[in-house]
Write a protein that binds this ligand. Structure first.
Ligand SMILES: N[C@@H](CCC(=O)N[C@@H](CS)C(=O)NCC(=O)O)C(=O)O
Length: 232
C-alpha cells in the first residue's frame, strides 16, 4: 500500500465523507487536509496551493496518492480500489461488482439528489417533496440491506460508502424539514454502520450538526429575503 495518501476534504461535504469513510473502512492511512467548501470557508482561510493546482473544478473531495491526484467522489472510490492494495470495497465476482456499481449510480441519483434538495430547499412544498423522495429511497435501500446485510451484498462496498453521509446527517436533515418517518429498515441498517470502526471518524459531533443546520437555516433566510425583494 502506498504510504502517501492525502484527502483534501471537509466534514460538512457529503462527497468528502464518502471518501473519508472508505479510507477508514479499508484501513488506508491518510492525511486529512481540511478544505471547507467555499460557502463554509472562514474569511481568513487560505486554500492550500496544492489543492488549487490539482483540483480540476476546485471541488472537494480531492485525493493525492503519491504524485497522482483525482477528484469527484465516485471515480475517486474506484481509483483508490485500483491504486491501493488494501481490503477492498468491491467484490471480485463480476456480476456482484456490476450490482455494486448499479446501486452506486442509483443511490447517487435517487437518494443523494433529494437529500441535497432537502437542505438546499427554500420553498416548504419543495422541501417536503424532496423529503418524500428521500424517504422512498431510504425504504428501497433499507430493503436491500435487510435482504443481504449491506447495500449490495453481504459485505460493505462502495455502495455503502456512497450512501453513508445520509446516516451522518439524518438528524440534521430532520431539523431542516425532513418530516416523514424514517423507515425502520433504514434505521436498522444505520445501526449496523455505526458498529463499524470506520463510523467514529466520520460521525458528527452535536456542534457539527448545529453548524450544518445553522448554515442552511441562514441560507434559507437569505434566499427568502431575496425572493421578497424580487431578486432571487
Ligand atoms: N460530483 C462531486 C461533487 C463535489 C462537490 O459538489 N463538492 C462541493 C462541496 S460539498 C464543492 O467543493 N463545491 C465547490 C465549492 O464549494 O467551492 C463529487 O462527487 O465529489
Amino acid at each position: 500500500m502506498s504510504g502517501d495518501v492525502a484527502l483534501f476534504g471537509h466534514w460538512i461535504c457529503p462527497f468528502s465523507t464518502r471518501v473519508e469513510w472508505a479510507l477508514h473502512q479499508r484501513g488506508i492511512e491518510h492525511t486529512l487536509v481540511p478544505v471547507p467548501p467555499s460557502a463554509a470557508r472562514p474569511p481568513d482561510f487560505v486554500v492550500p496551493q496544492e489543492f488549487l493546482d490539482h483540483s480540476p473544478k476546485l471541488e472537494v473531495p480531492m485525493v493525492r496518492v503519491g504524485q497522482d491526484y483525482r477528484a469527484d467522489s465516485i471515480p475517486v472510490l474506484e481509483w483508490l480500489e485500483e491504486r491501493i492494495d488494501a481490503p477492498s470495497l468491491l467484490p471480485t465476482d463480476p456480476s456482484a461488482r456490476t450490482l455494486v456499481r448499479q446501486r452506486v449510480t442509483w443511490i447517487d441519483e435517487h437518494a443523494f439528489r433529494p437529500m441535497i434538495g432537502v437542505y438546499y430547499g427554500v420553498d416548504p412544498v419543495r422541501i417536503e417533496r424532496a423529503g418524500q423522495r428521500l424517504i422512498d429511497a431510504l425504504e428501497t435501500m433499507g430493503d436491500w440491506a435487510t435482504t443481504t446485510g449491506w447495500l449490495a451484498g453481504n459485505e460493505p462496498t462502495i455502495a455503502d460508502a456512497v450512501a453513508l453521509p445520509i446516516h451522518v446527517r439524518l438528524q440534521g436533515l430532520q431539523r431542516l424539514g425532513l418530516s416523514a418517518p424514517i423507515p425502520p429498515s433504514w434505521n436498522t441498517y444505520g445501526e449496523r454502520c455505526r458498529e463499524l470502526p470506520s463510523w467514529d471518524p466520520v460521525e458528527w459531533t452535536q456542534g457539527q450538526e448545529d453548524e450544518f443546520v445553522g448554515r442552511f437555516e441562514s441560507f434559507r433566510r437569505v434566499q427568502r429575503r431575496k425572493q421578497e425583494e424580487g431578486n432571487p
